[in-house]
Design a protein around this ligand. Structure first.
Ligand SMILES: Cc1cc2nc3c(=O)[nH]c(=O)nc-3n(C[C@H](O)[C@H](O)[C@H](O)COP(=O)(O)OP(=O)(O)OC[C@H]3O[C@@H](n4cnc5c(N)ncnc54)[C@H](O)[C@@H]3O)c2cc1C
Length: 410
């Protein structure tokens, strides 16, 4: 891998940095970190304003065509911009699912006139999208979903329930998969749609999480009507559409979140163990060294992805590796930080707790990271099958009509 920017990449990096210097503040390592999923009205307004500013300057959705509000740029430019933006204190997360997963799926399946209507407002942050896939009986096995879509004239009528829908409570549109035929095997009877989250019959109930945030929701559909024009892909081809979304999801969820090894070093210098700074303790040093090695492994794995992208190749399954290692590492670091904090770990008020309760918050939100976007076990299955070429998971229900499965009977 050549670690240096090409002249074009260096020029783009300078342009991105100039924009960020003029419009945002550099991150302070000792400042409070936003709790994952904590989005109130003020944060939502800030996130929308920042997205609009980025879009105005040509830094939103860099790889998307100009005509939809993007820049027609390269994947490398998007990565360079992300690297630079990560050093500034700007709102994060609100648009991740919409712009990272839902709108790219729309761009792959919706006709031009619909893209002209929906893509530019999404890029400018005026309209937010959510992903309505998971259900109580369909998470890892999302093709086991039971929400029904029945044809009625030019419309489809939706009944059922989704769960864990991130940001549904502040979203304007949702990407939905529903069962349109229960007489065929589960993957073949699904159809994809998009709908306004303000449609009559949509009820959104926030789920209160142990971290204190209400990041995701239950969403109920009672006779919700969706025009057939808002169907994505052919009837019964929704699984193919969902794969487009899920491939984008795997790319989006590999990102690094704090606390990282540097935060742990700061904490180990701050707190005492047996009357001296914890960093002096050999066992503490050993644990930190282990996570440092793991972080470096992740960095180099990520650089492999960058190398593939900079050569115009499609990256391999490295992101599944990054996701499974990253989420577990974040949780382990959070738990070790809590051990070091001792009694102080019980204080979760960000104004009082050491390091603005970074470790306390991470302890409560990191288990979700091991589930969102594919649980550890599912990621390991992917790595086993697609990287190591091991035999596939046992799928006895694969060819059985959905309504003949015990879980598929109504
Ligand atoms: C923070 C967060 C945000 C989310 N946001 C969204 C969203 O916006 N939209 C959306 O649609 N969904 C969302 N989800 C849901 C997420 O996609 C599911 O939680 C996830 O796919 C797991 O499904 P499940 O919760 O039903 O668990 P299950 O699938 O029931 O899994 C239970 C356990 O069984 C294991 N397991 C399941 N199948 C296998 C197998 N074949 N082999 C080995 N082990 C297996 C799992 O690893 C897990 O440990 C979110 C989840 C979280 C935590």
């Amino acid at each position: 891998m050549d670690f240096d920017d090409t002249p074009d990449e260096a020029a783009f990096r300078a342009e991105a940095r100039a924009f960020l210097d003029a419009n945002a503040r550099r991150k302070q390592r000792d400042a409070a970190v936003q709790r994952y999923g904590d989005v109130d009205d003020t944060r939502l307004a800030e996130a929308k304003a920042w997205q609009a500013k980025k879009a105005g300057a040509g830094f939103a959705c860099i790889t998307w065509p100009d005509e939809w509000g993007g820049r027609g740029g390269t994947q490398m430019q998007q990565i360079i911009y992300n690297q630079e933006e990560a050093q500034y204190d700007v709102p994060q997360g609100v648009f991740l699912i919409g712009l990272g997963m839902c709108v790219p799926t729309l761009m792959a399946y919706a006709p031009r006139e619909q893209l002209a209507r929906y893509v530019p407002p999404a890029v400018r942050g005026e309209e937010i999208w959510c992903q309505l896939f998971s259900e109580p009986s369909g998470g890892s096995d999302v093709a086991g979903l039971r929400t029904r879509a029945e044809r009625d004239g030019d419309d489809w009528v939706i009944n059922g329930q989704k769960v864990w829908t991130s940001g549904a409570h502040y979203s304007d549109y949702g990407l939905l998969i529903a069962r349109t035929d229960a007489n065929v095997p589960k993957h073949e009877g699904i159809t994809a749609f998009y709908l306004s989250m303000k449609s009559p019959g949509v009820e959104i109930r926030p789920i209160h999480q142990m971290s204190g945030a209400s990041h995701f929701n239950e969403v109920f559909f009672s006779n919700v009507r969706i025009p057939d024009a808002q169907r994505l892909g052919a009837v019964g081809q929704g699984w193919k559409v969902a794969i487009t979304t899920l491939m984008n999801e795997r790319l989006a969820v590999g990102e690094i979140r704090r606390p990282d090894v540097d935060d742990l070093l700061t904490l180990a210098r701050l707190v005492e163990l047996d009357g001296q700074p914890a960093i002096v303790d050999r066992a503490v040093r050993e644990r930190i060294a282990e996570w440092h090695a793991r972080s470096q492994g992740l960095n180099y794995t990520r650089l492999r992805t960058l190398t593939a992208l900079s050569r115009g190749e499609t990256p391999g399954p490295e992101n599944s590796i990054a996701k499974v290692v990253n989420a577990a590492k974040m949780q382990a670091i959070a738990m070790f930080g809590m051990d070091l904090l001792g009694m102080a770990g019980a204080v979760s008020d960000e104004r009082l707790a050491p390091m603005h309760a970074l470790f306390q918050n991470a302890m409560l939100s990191s288990p979700g990271m091991r589930i969102a976007g594919g649980s550890d076990e599912i990621m390991r299955n992917i790595i086993a099958e697609r990287v190591l070429g091991l035999p596939g998971d046992v799928r006895v229900d694969k060819d059985v009509p959905f309504n003949r499965l015990p879980s598929g009977r109504r």
